[in-house]
Design a protein. Structure first.
Length: 343
């Protein structure tokens, strides 16, 4: 992958953001390695987890000049019938940086101003007691906001059981979000190191499915629910592994009245018995990104310290992008890597 500097002029309603950091997501790897199509043809700069500062603004967007922002991974148009109906996630005119337009693995990025999430002054201790910096906030744009939207859609509340299948990346932040919302959390992963970390950041129980079959996994999850007096209809399952095995395990955990949120993505097909949804009177729902109106609440969770970023991210220089992609693609990376442009 070769990156070159781009000089672009913002159009009406657009801004140029000087990139502070851009997180590396498995979606980027899917575009680069697996032939998953982008909506804009290559050559294209990837990267959709972007934070930075507005350094140029087109007409109608002048009020953003100089502001620190998080750029949503999914930017709806705001005016189409889907948006006006509150369904911005399926806006047909949405902009996905790194797919519809050039993304954030660059020093500058041109994006629509609509939907930008302003970041409060980070040097103000009252607004940022956790001491989070702008670089770390880049992962809010997908890794943190996406599981937050899934939690909101599932109506996750205090007293519920939240089960996360796959707790690397998005799932690790999802565990923290669920705990912050008052749920009892079960973390499921085949990586013991991830499980140990999640036990420190919100998981009441950690389970490794590689050490048991599906029946035993169901039994362990039920034991956790019973121990906390949680009925089956307050079970919310979040598939965040993006693997066939994880999706099969998540579907296999459905119980009476439960809800399943599918957040992870794999191009591979799996076979499940859909009649389980009928038999359990259960609900399964997909989740695409996060609508911009939910971002301020996510920022608040992070800046207040209820969702930790630093233990889950790692900064690398943007010039190392080729090595980073190869390393993440090979597996074994424990933290979300943020690529930082060199000055």
């Amino acid at each position: 992958m070769v990156l070159t500097a781009r000089e672009e002029t913002p159009g009406a309603g657009e801004v140029i953001v000087e990139v502070a950091g851009c997180g590396v997501c498995h979606t980027d790897l899917g575009f680069f390695y697996d032939g998953i199509p982008t909506r804009h043809p290559f050559p294209l700069t990837l990267g959709h987890e972007i934070s930075g500062r507005v350094v140029e603004a087109g007409s109608g967007a002048e009020g953003w000049m100089g502001k620190a922002v998080v750029v949503p991974a999914v930017i709806p148009c705001g005016i189409c019938p889907a948006c006006l109906a509150g369904r911005g996630a399926i806006c047909p005119k949405q902009v996905f940086p790194g797919s519809d337009v050039h993304g954030g693995f660059a020093s500058m990025v041109r994006v629509p101003a609509g939907g930008l999430c302003p970041v409060p002054p980070l040097d103000d201790q009252t607004k940022n007691p956790a001491g989070v910096d702008l670089v770390a906030l880049s992962v809010v744009a997908d890794a943190v906001s996406t599981p937050y939207q899934a939690a909101v859609r599932s109506e996750l509340a205090s007293g519920d059981l939240a089960v996360f299948v796959g707790v690397g990346g998005i799932g690790g932040f999802g565990v923290q979000i669920a705990r912050a919302l008052g749920a009892t959390v079960v973390a499921i992963d085949v990586d013991e190191q991830r499980l140990e970390r999640m036990a420190q950041y919100g998981a009441s129980a950690t389970l490794n499915p590689s050490t048991m079959d599906q029946k035993a996994l169901r039994k362990k999850v039920k034991e956790c629910a019973d121990a906390h007096g949680i009925p089956t209809w307050r079970t919310k399952i979040f598939e965040t592994s993006g693997t066939p095995a994880g999706q099969l395990a998540a579907f296999g955990l459905l119980c009476h009245g439960a809800r399943l949120a599918v957040i992870g993505y794999t191009p591979k097909a799996i076979e499940v018995r859909l009649s389980n949804l009928m038999a359990f009177d259960a609900i399964a729902q997909g989740n695409w990104g996060c609508v911009p109106e939910l971002y301020p609440a996510v920022i608040d969770l992070v800046l207040s310290g209820r969702v930790a970023l630093e233990p889950f991210v790692e900064r690398r220089p943007l010039s190392s992008i080729n090595d980073v992609f190869a390393e993440v693609h090979a597996g074994g990376v424990q933290r979300r890597i943020i690529l930082v442009p060199e000055n």
